[in-house]
Design a protein around this ligand. Structure first.
Ligand code: ZN
Length: 569
């Protein structure tokens, strides 16, 4: 079925609440496992249906925000979801207290119970707690709104932050620096607000954590991220391995880059952003050609990926062109009743367009492989585990670089691997910064900037902080990172996933077929296990083992040293 043929009608909210209450009561009344199991399956069907309806609305609204029907339906769901939360909680409690829990665990695994218990640890049904949580939400929305409202003067025009992005990697030194200065000035002009928003968020989150009986926010932050298989101490070990093994490799990458560009080392932020004198790699071909190349790639990769990608194309399940009224950004989601994923994107002629059909489609493929999995929450694993699907798929697609990037293919191959490595120190630093901030909530905004500057010396020694842009020179660059404001402790997930993806890169170089077998073994498990268990069952190393980054970096160093960049400017 095509996306346009999927039907939507607004459900009756009171009826929905009644059905949920009835199911909860039936689960509590079940006399044996068979009865309880039937109720559980019926509830899962209902979840799939509710998810389908709200998802159809959210997708159609994001495709055309001017559409009045779906705009009103979006408002309906925005108000309905918090109202349903109470009924979801009651069901969760009934499941946790169920006398047949052992039998459930035997059939469906214990992860749904583990996760439900963690979710209960993030909430307190008191007025004080709910008020503070709402305020937290308001402040992080205010931050997002401020950034979205940016109107930055540049070359006689006015730009949003995302519109300015392409100029920030312009090969023309003068133009690129001007773009960076214009952006930096906008942040500097809004310094007071950016400092105030974060200061409020830190104190609110610290209070929320203490209300729950924790020693500040960090524990709550981990629970909110659903961390069920590693601790703060594991992350600390990972951090040390990044500093020990990755920072030196990344440093070499940037020293070479400075040489290529004819710049001094350490580099300014503006120069760091330009990888090649002739410009960063750009895709070659129209959107249709990119989609056709992707179809060829997935056909060659495996029978499963072939069926998957054909379904995406034939079902109109990829909305990728930038059209009027469309929301910015991109995402991948699922429509459970129809057992299909959906990809939303805005092609803009950059490398990001290819990532839609490699990275986002990696997410989509994983959900496609698990489309009938029960319960619904086992379709996707936790965030870091999901990013393994996508980031690793990017490496499987590398042999198709020429189709995607034409004469920029070699530039892309070098940049893809080096970029995956150089991201790790930055991403780990973003996480480390947040640990310090929440450990010492009393720090003033100014002291937080100093912390960022100090960390920068450890994780990003190639960055010059005494540049021409006060925003960067003063250690305020972290204020650009949405996650620090809106999704605390999320960022390390990308680093953990990238480390596993690099493990795939290494395996692909050694034996592509074998690497694909491991990828399928990992992906076929959906979200039925914790991140580290998924890895173990697929014969992959955990990023928390020091040897993982060590061996990846060894191989990557040899590869980058030998990479022939002659003739590439
Ligand atoms: Zn992703």
């Amino acid at each position: 079925m095509k996306f346009s043929e999927m039907s939507y009608t607004r459900p009756d909210l009171e009826d929905l609440k009644n059905r949920m209450s009835t199911l909860t009561a039936s689960l509590r009344a079940a006399e044996d496992y068979q009865q309880a199991r039937e109720v559980f399956l019926e509830k899962d069907q209902l979840n799939r249906h509710v998810e389908t309806l709200s998802m159809l609305v959210s997708i159609r609204h994001s495709i055309d925000t001017r559409d009045e029907f779906y705009s009103a339906e979006q408002d309906f769901w925005n108000a309905a979801m918090p109202e349903l939360e109470e009924f979801v909680q009651e069901w969760t409690l009934a499941l946790l207290e169920n006398p047949f829990r052992d039998a459930f665990e035997e059939e469906f695994g214990n992860l749904m119970f583990v996760n439900a218990e963690i979710a209960l640890k993030t909430f307190l049904p008191t007025e004080e707690f709910i008020t503070a949580m709402k305020e937290e939400n308001d402040v992080s929305n205010a931050y997002e709104k401020l950034l979205a409202s940016a109107a930055i003067p540049f070359e006689g025009g006015v730009y949003t932050l995302s519109q300015l992005t392409p100029f920030k990697s312009d090969p023309d030194d003068e133009r690129r620096l001007t773009a960076w200065k214009a952006e930096g000035q906008w942040y500097k002009d809004n310094q007071d607000k950016l400092d105030e928003f974060y200061d409020r968020l830190v104190h609110l989150r610290d209070r929320l954590g203490r209300m729950l009986g924790y020693d500040g926010f960090t524990q709550l932050g981990y629970y909110r991220m659903g961390r069920n298989c590693y601790s703060k101490e594991d992350v600390e070990k990972f951090r040390s391995a990044v500093i020990k093994y990755v920072v030196p490799v990344a440093d070499q990458v940037f020293r070479r880059q400075a040489d290529r560009l004819g710049k001094n080392y350490p580099m300014s932020y503006a120069d760091n952003c330009l990888e090649f004198r002739s410009g960063n790699p750009r895709p070659d071909g129209s959107p249709d050609e990119i989609l056709a190349a992707a179809m060829d790639f997935y056909r060659a990769l495996s029978p499963e990926t072939e069926v998957f990608f054909r379904t995406m194309l034939e079902g109109e399940l990829m909305n990728v062109l930038s059209t009027e009224g469309k929301q910015a950004g991109g995402y991948c989601t699922g429509i459970p009743d129809y057992e299909v994923p959906f990809i939303f994107a805005n092609f803009n002629g950059t490398q990001g367009d290819v990532e839609v059909v490699t990275h986002e489609a990696g997410h989509a493929f994983a959900s496609w492989m698990n489309r009938t999995r029960i319960p619904l929450e086992y379709v996707w694993p936790s965030m870091e585990a999901c990013e393994v699907h996508s980031m690793s798929m990017e490496f499987f697609a590398e042999p198709w670089s020429e189709r995607f990037f034409g004469r920029d293919a070699r530039k892309f191959l070098y940049s893809h691997l080096s970029g995956a490595l150089t991201f790790l120190p930055y991403g780990t630093m973003v996480d480390h910064f947040q640990h310090i901030v929440y450990e010492k909530p009393v720090l003033t905004p100014k002291q937080r900037h100093t912390v960022w500057k100090e960390l920068s010396g450890i994780y990003l020694p190639w960055m010059k902080l005494d540049g021409e842009i006060p925003f960067y020179a003063d250690g305020e660059a972290w204020q650009r990172q949405h996650h620090i404001y809106s999704s605390p402790f999320y960022y390390i997930d990308y680093c953990l996933a990238q480390t596993v993806a690099l493990q795939f890169w290494k395996m692909i170089g050694e034996d592509r077929e074998n690497a694909w077998r491991h990828y399928m073994a990992y992906t076929q498990q959906g979200g039925s296990r914790t991140f580290t268990d998924l890895l173990k069952h697929a014969g992959l190393q955990s990023p928390f083992e020091e040897d993982c980054l060590r061996s990846v970096c060894e191989k990557a160093t040899a590869f980058l040293d030998a990479f022939d960049l002659s003739g590439i400017q």
